[in-house]
Design a protein around this ligand. Structure first.
Ligand code: CO
Length: 194
């Protein structure tokens, strides 16, 4: 459990330490950001972008949602992708899924999950497209992780069809699109070679 007040104590200590180590640190980052990566990942609290990538402030533009979904009818992610590509000119767009994903698992549930249903239905559509293959995997856990992998690949395909991405790729060769899967059991990251 994280004590609410300890967050602010930690924050002041961190701010002080950063300024001591590098007096220009915050000023440097205040004026602009120039990240090479757009990371689209799951909201899961057990997946930390900074820790798994070993990156610092200013290095990754981040969007997270349940089960790292990308869809053209989601205004939020569409704005994030357009801004990342056209303004930040990121070199890499990463879609990172993970094993043991609760969103992937919840999408398989037949019962209504209330307000989450619309979102979970998007994930369920991915399952339906790969159902013939996924039902052949006997173990539930393995099937769900394979579903996560296929889901990441599918989100990457969606991104590669967006006009802002295609126009930028034609002009500059970037952004490259990458599919990643984070293994929660050992913290390993795998490039799925999209
Ligand atoms: Co997840």
């Amino acid at each position: 459990m994280v004590d609410y007040n300890s967050v602010f104590e930690h924050n002041r200590k961190w701010s002080k330490e950063m300024k001591e180590k590098n007096p220009e640190f915050f000023e440097k980052h205040f004026s602009s950001q120039n990240p090479d990566f757009l990371y689209i990942g799951c909201s899961d609290s057990r997946v930390s972008v900074e820790k798994l990538m070993g990156v610092d402030i200013g290095e990754v533009f981040v969007h997270r949602n349940i089960a790292n979904m990308v869809s053209a009818d989601d205004n939020n992610i569409m704005a994030v992708i357009q801004f990342a590509v056209e303004v930040l000119k990121v070199k890499n767009i990463v879609v990172a899924g993970h094993t043991g994903c609760g969103g992937i698992k919840a999408s398989m549930c037949e019962k209504s999950q209330g307000a989450m249903d619309v979102w979970l239905n998007k994930i369920k559509l991915v399952y339906n497209r790969h159902k013939e293959y996924l039902v052949t995997i006997p173990e539930d856990e393995k099937m769900l992780d394979e579903f996560s992998r296929l889901n990441v690949m599918e989100q990457c395909r969606t991104i590669s069809g967006f006009s802002c991405v295609q126009e930028s790729q034609k002009k500059t060769g970037y952004p490259l699109i990458h599919a990643w899967l984070y293994e929660m059991k050992d913290g390993h990251l795998t490039d799925l070679e999209f």
